[in-house]
Ligand binder design. Structure first.
Ligand code: MN
Length: 294
């Protein structure tokens, strides 16, 4: 054992992904795709990083209209801009900078996601992350659930003159995040000031990913990760060291893998082909509900 044996080593850094549009509102880089290697990132099935992108003022409704999800959770983190949401389970809300929406689609919802009208009329920079978080088989057909995690409810850790860490889910530096999750997950927003550094404690035998949103992070003194890049870490080890010369912002994702088969088809992620066929039938038959006319 050497002195670095507690560090989680970086195994891979995704340096670039092409931008594609989701509807006409979300120019995203897909940093994790459901078809890639689900066990390597489990329970995280998808990570779409939208922006930063400047939209001109508009009265148009930019976004994606009614569409279904089954078998997982969608987690939307707003950094700049605003997303308005409505779903067939009767939930609606605005996701503003600093807010997180944790929607458990489970047995199925249909929803729509559009730029908020206030933001759209003003225009400006848009920056958002959407994650798909898998559910264990035992919870894929639960009733849908919705957690609107307002900015004010997310604890902020002061990193001793180095920056801040927001605990959205899990636990860091003795503070607990407000998100209720089905499997152990840590989801943290890390902001380092120029010259800042920190060491993060993470569970062994878990999947860990780091999306840098701005600036450059020096990771474990071995790898540099820049904006719109995603670092993957090994399962072993219990610590990650981060430092930044010029300052940086990043999203840390960590979770206990769900060791079950993953079959994904568009907006449905289940455990078998038959369950996917059932999801398609249930959606076609309206069993995931309908949106009220706007
Ligand atoms: Mn959606």
């Amino acid at each position: 054992m050497n002195e670095l044996s507690n560090m989680k080593s970086v195994t891979n850094v995704i340096r670039s992904r092409p931008v594609h549009w989701v509807g006409d509102g979300f120019p995203v880089r897909q940093m994790i795709s459901p078809g890639d290697a689900p066990q390597a990132t489990s329970p995280f099935l998808l990570l779409d990083y939208a922006g930063p992108h400047d939209f001109p003022p508009s009265n148009a409704r930019r976004g994606v209209g009614e569409h279904p999800h089954r078998g997982f959770e969608t987690v939307t983190l707003a950094y700049q801009g605003q997303v308005d949401h409505r779903d067939s389970a009767g939930h609606a809300g605005s996701i503003r900078p600093g807010d997180v929406q944790w929607m458990t689609a489970a047995s199925g919802v249909v929803h729509e996601e559009f730029h908020g009208l206030d933001y759209a009329r003003q225009g400006g920079t848009f920056e958002m992350v959407q994650l798909w978080v898998n559910l264990p088989a035992a919870h894929k057909m639960d009733e849908p659930r919705y957690q609107a995690l307002a900015k004010e409810t997310i604890p902020v850790v002061d990193l001793a003159n180095s920056g801040t860490l927001r605990v959205i889910a899990g636990e860091a530096f003795g503070k607990e995040g407000p998100a209720q999750t089905f499997t152990p997950i840590n989801l943290w927003d890390v902001t380092l000031e120029a010259g800042g550094e920190t060491t993060l404690a993470l569970p062994r035998h878990s999947n860990t990913l780091l999306l840098v949103r701005s600036g450059v992070l020096r990771v474990n003194d071995t790898d540099s990760v820049a904006a719109a890049e995603l670092a993957h870490f090994e399962h072993g080890g219990t610590e990650i060291h981060l430092a930044s010369e010029e300052g940086a912002e990043a999203l840390l994702l960590n979770g206990q893998p769900i060791d079950e088969p993953v079959v994904s088809h568009g907006p449905f992620v289940m455990n078998s082909d038959e369950e996917i066929r059932q999801a398609i039938r249930d959606h076609e038959n309206g069993h995931m509900g309908r949106l009220e006319p706007a």
